[in-house]
Write a protein that binds this ligand. Structure first.
Ligand code: ADP
Ligand code: ADP
Length: 229
């Protein structure tokens, strides 16, 4: 589903690569934690997958698309395959919960009928039945993240990228969000989650890919956050 082949990213203003000849692949349906200290290259990794930037060298594939080589006009098609969730939720503050989710469908031209059918379904799926008419600021952090997940998932992307999705949430709420991401993963969606949250990584026992100074220093099938640290 995702494949990196000797991917190097050297920012113009930097002397050391943010990613240095990284090769790795993620199969369809996998759940992968991407960990590593600040500055190790996690954000760069996610940005390259989304074609927000291009690698200096190497190839990146997302399903059948060669991400760095596709023409600009096909970038929206790539991004339709990849749902994104962030630490700070990034909801549209002046739209209701339902409208936030509907927006993701409207921008890809879904009919009003489809939107009015699918939005309540996905809100049910994330545990927000009956909250469609609330404004984001009326919801707790955990609920706002559920809205963000609903919006990311409503188009049934092949891949869900989550960048520190529990970074602003308390431990119990974080666990609830992880249950939801697991549920989405069980539908066949590949999940790649960048995180600093030790307890979550340790409780899930999923694949752990650790970056340090732009290289993969560990790739464990059922990993924990720290080995001997
Ligand atoms: P992480 O997400 O793990 O904190 P990043 O991918 O953001 O790591 O950063 C990796 C390295 O690349 C760091 O040294 C960072 O300072 C550098 N970097 C990230 N983005 C840029 C940029 N736009 N321009 C220059 N250097 C950058
Ligand atoms: P995050 O890791 O929270 O997703 P960013 O991706 O925006 O944040 O930035 C990651 C790191 O890269 C930060 O440490 C930031 O200071 C550094 N960085 C971002 N843009 C630049 C830049 N233009 N030049 C140097 N460093 C940068």
């Amino acid at each position: 589903m995702i494949r990196l082949e000797r991917v190097t990213k050297l920012y113009k203003t930097s002397t050391r690569p943010a990613l240095d000849r990284v090769s790795m692949s993620v199969e369809k349906g996998e759940f992968v934690f991407l960990i590593g200290p600040s500055g190790s290259g996690k954000s760069t990794f996610l940005r390259l997958l989304l074609r927000e930037d291009v690698p200096t060298k190497g190839d990146i594939f997302v399903s059948d698309m060669n991400v760095a080589k596709i023409p600009r006009r096909r970038v929206p098609k790539l991004r339709q395959r990849i749902g994104c969730v962030f630490q700070d939720f990034r909801l549209l503050p002046n739209k209701t919960v339902g409208e936030n989710v509907a927006f993701a469908l409207e921008v890809i031209g879904k009919s009003r009928n489809t939107v009015s059918k699918v939005v309540p379904e996905v809100l049910d799926l994330v545990g927000l039945t009956g909250k469609a008419d609330r404004m984001p600021h009326e919801l707790s952090g955990g609920e706002q993240q559920r809205v963000a997940i609903a919006r990311a998932f409503v188009n049934r992307p092949q891949v869900l990228l989550a960048d520190e999705p529990t970074g602003n949430l308390d431990p119990d709420t974080s666990q609830d969000i992880m249950l939801l991401l697991e549920r989405i993963n069980r539908t066949g969606t590949t999940v790649l989650m960048a995180t600093h949250d030790h307890s979550i990584v340790d409780s899930m026992r999923r694949r752990v890919v650790e970056l340090d100074l732009g290289t993969v220093v560990r790739d464990d099938a059922r990993g924990v956050y720290g080995v001997g640290r």
